[in-house]
Design a protein around this ligand. Structure first.
Ligand code: SF4
Length: 262
């Protein structure tokens, strides 16, 4: 039975499933395969399936993904862009991070402008979009009601992103956190992955940058904050396209990437 583990090992519906499985995966493909089986947060499992059963009119007839959404991008990415969680009718529908909603349209157009994406639109998993040197992911992998995961859900999901960042290895040089809540969710993940965090924890702001020192198996890591490309921020002009392009270009340079601007 899917939700039941072998004797002594947590099943997919156990809150300990991410912690038990994520760190044991030897590569991102294995990690993604384990992740999509996860049902550790009952409220989010119910929500991801409920929204799939009640699609928006524009998406009626489409089969929603309705599972945890894996990170997207090459396994040797030097830069990670980290949101908070997939959108109910975006990533939860298409099965790819930031794909199929307005926030994703804004983000991928900016990545393309910097030269980090092969095209400026992101419609569905089979659209041919490629990312260059960047991986787009999140600290919570299932769509939450009102886009707000609880602190407990953030903690339960944390091992998946910690393992993903660890598997990106020493080539990972910079991370961009999208939004204040994404920033707050990302920092403990970085701590769990092995980087020492400054105390007190630095406050979020657009353009804020901290540099975590190299330690053990981890190289120095630059962490930048950006306003989230949500509809609210982009429609009000709080985050303009130029602001996001400038920030992503700065992050790419810190990561040692030399993209050709699109
Ligand atoms: Fe599992 Fe994370 Fe989804 Fe919770 S949010 S069910 S831990 S993948």
């Amino acid at each position: 039975m899917e939700g039941t583990g072998a004797a002594g090992s947590p099943g997919t519906e156990d809150s300990g499933f991410p912690a038990a499985r994520a760190g044991r995966c030897g590569g991102l493909a294995e990690l993604d395969a384990e992740l999509v089986r996860c049902r550790a947060c009952p409220r989010l499992v119910a929500w991801r399936e409920e929204t799939a059963a009640q699609p928006r009119a524009a998406f009626r007839g489409e089969e929603y993904w309705a599972r945890p959404v894996p990170g997207f991008g090459p396994p040797d990415a030097a830069l990670a862009v980290v949101g908070l969680a997939p959108a109910a009718h975006g990533g939860n529908r298409t099965g790819r991070m930031f794909t199929g909603d307005a926030s994703g349209d804004f983000l991928f157009a900016a990545l393309h402008a910097v030269g980090l994406a092969s095209r400026r639109t992101s419609a569905h998993r089979g659209d041919g979009l490629e990312l260059y040197g960047v991986r787009v992911t999140a600290p919570v992998h299932c769509a939450p009601p009102a886009n707000r995961p609880t602190p407990a859900e953030r903690r339960t999901c944390r091992p998946w992103l910690a393992a993903e960042l660890a598997l990106l290895g020493p080539g990972l040089r910079a991370v961009v956190a999208l939004g204040a809540v994404g920033w707050q969710a990302l920092l403990p993940v970085l701590g769990e992955t092995g980087w020492p965090l400054p105390r007190p924890r630095p406050a979020f702001g657009h353009g804020v940058r901290i540099t975590l020192p190299a330690t053990g198996q981890r190289r120095e890591l630059h962490v930048l904050g950006s306003y989230h490309p949500s509809r609210r921020n982009t429609f009000t002009g709080r985050l303009t396209f130029e602001m996001l392009v400038e920030l992503l270009a700065r992050a790419a340079a810190l990561a040692g990437l030399e993209p050709e601007a699109g």
